[in-house]
Design a binder for this molecule. Structure first.
Ligand code: HAM
Length: 398
């Protein structure tokens, strides 16, 4: 995120419920069924955030973030809460990482957001994922399209699932992404938004595809990507993985040109995405990708007696102040079992300290990677560890 020049934003875990109702839309599943909503002691209705975009826009307006620059680029990694039926890839508390570019209309920004989200998967070595893009139009073209879609669906109303029948009035677009077989047969030839765009939205969508092609990004235009949040205008996209079960979206996002205005700010066209962290890990596990080594201390100091314990306590703090990660024994283990612990933690260096070493004012520093040992005077220990790190011989830093 930072190499793309996005800066971190942290918003509160809960917001006033009205923010999500207005932002995400009262007719959506998230607001209608999935929010964790409580009253606080003053009777204000608050909700654990089910997504970040609404909270980020609230903060953008309240803190005048757009004052200094026309385009504000932020990213986040945070826990989200949705009261859904738990299943593989769907948790009630999960984590999202995502980014929002607030204040630009050019489809080049949509392309950057899409490129950034794809880059995360590419850089981790993930395979078998697919980018699907769509345009959900603007207020102008959507209302005309809504009429066309309802007209098409009306004769089939009785045959639609109960859920889709309910959506016919409130949010007919969502009928297009129903997972039900019969619904899918009925909607097979339904009109799609992408074929009913007004000239401005059509131009934007063509522009986006041009930029994606320029960036050599493969994509599929999928007229059924409608997204489950109401704030989208123009671009909507998802990244799908075949290595996930029925919850197959790794990430989703798009443009929301009217949201800031709807929340009380100035009209501020924006685009962003969010991705499920747990789903990312599920795919990495399935594809047997290395999640990376567990962090290990650079040095483990082994105390042979009480004097050694005192020395290790003060020396450890001195080392840490100099940026050398290290640990010591706090549970009075034998030298042998401290050695095992250092090994288990994959410490790069081990120092054994007791009365003998204290009297001689020198220690033996053992390099656990290549097995070599060196006797080092007390006053040179830190320099020894630091200079070795600088040479980078072991390829490992604190
Ligand atoms: P969303 O599609 O609702 O979009 O969520 C984005 C991603 O979060 C999903 O693709 C999925 O990977 C993950 N996710 C959602 N619900 C769950 C769950 N219950 N358990 C595990 N993972 C889940 C948004 O939230 C929008 N705010 C994205 C956005 C940002 N649009 C513009 N800017």
């Amino acid at each position: 995120m930072e190499v793309y020049n996005y800066r971190e934003i942290r918003t509160p875990v809960f917001e006033e419920t009205a923010l999500f109702e207005r932002g995400i839309g009262e007719q959506t599943d998230i607001v209608g069924k999935e929010m964790y909503t409580f009253s606080d002691k003053s009777g204000t209705s608050i909700t654990l955030k089910p997504e970040m975009t609404a909270g980020v826009m609230r903060s953008y307006i309240q803190n005048n973030l757009g004052e200094q620059q026309p385009l504000v680029k932020v990213y986040y990694i945070a826990p989200m809460f949705r009261q859904e039926r738990p299943q593989a890839g769907r948790m009630r508390q999960f984590h999202q990482f995502g980014a929002e570019a607030i204040g630009g209309l050019n489809p080049a920004i949509d392309a950057e957001i899409i490129a950034l989200s794809l880059e995360v998967y590419r850089s981790l070595g993930i395979k078998n994922f697919e980018l699907r893009i769509n345009s959900v139009g603007c207020a102008l073209c959507r209302s005309k399209y809504r009429d066309a879609l309802q007209k098409y669906l009306y004769p089939h109303l009785e045959k639609l699932t109960e859920e889709s029948r309910k959506r016919f009035e409130t949010n007919p677009f969502r009928i297009l992404d129903s997972k039900d077989e019969e619904d899918r047969v009925i909607t097979k030839d339904a009109p799609l938004m992408k074929d009913h765009l007004c000239p401005a939205c059509a131009e934007h969508f063509t522009g986006l595809q041009k930029y994606l092609t320029l960036l050599d990004i493969d994509f599929l235009v999928d007229g059924r990507i409608v997204r489950g949040l109401d704030y989208y205008t123009k671009t909507a996209y998802e990244i799908i993985s075949k290595d996930l079960g029925s919850q197959d979206a790794l990430a989703g996002g798009g443009r929301y040109d009217l949201l800031v205005q709807e929340l009380g700010g100035k009209q501020t066209p924006s685009v962003g995405f969010a991705a499920g962290l747990e789903r990312l890990l599920m795919v990495m596990e399935k594809q047997k990708l290395n999640i990376g080594p567990a962090p290990s201390p650079r040095v483990f100091i082994i105390a042979a007696d009480d004097g050694g314990r005192q020395w290790s306590l003060t020396k450890a703090i001195e080392m840490r102040r100099r940026g050398i990660s290290c640990d010591i024994d706090f549970v009075e283990r034998s030298v042998k079992s401290q050695m095992r612990e250092a090994d288990r933690q994959q410490a790069e260096y081990v120092i054994v300290i007791g009365e003998d070493e204290i009297n001689r004012r020198q220690v033996r520093i053992k390099n656990m990677v290549d097995g070599s040992e060196e006797v080092v005077g007390f006053d040179r220990i830190i320099d020894y560890l630091l200079s070795d790190g600088d040479r980078g011989e072991k390829g490992k830093t604190s």
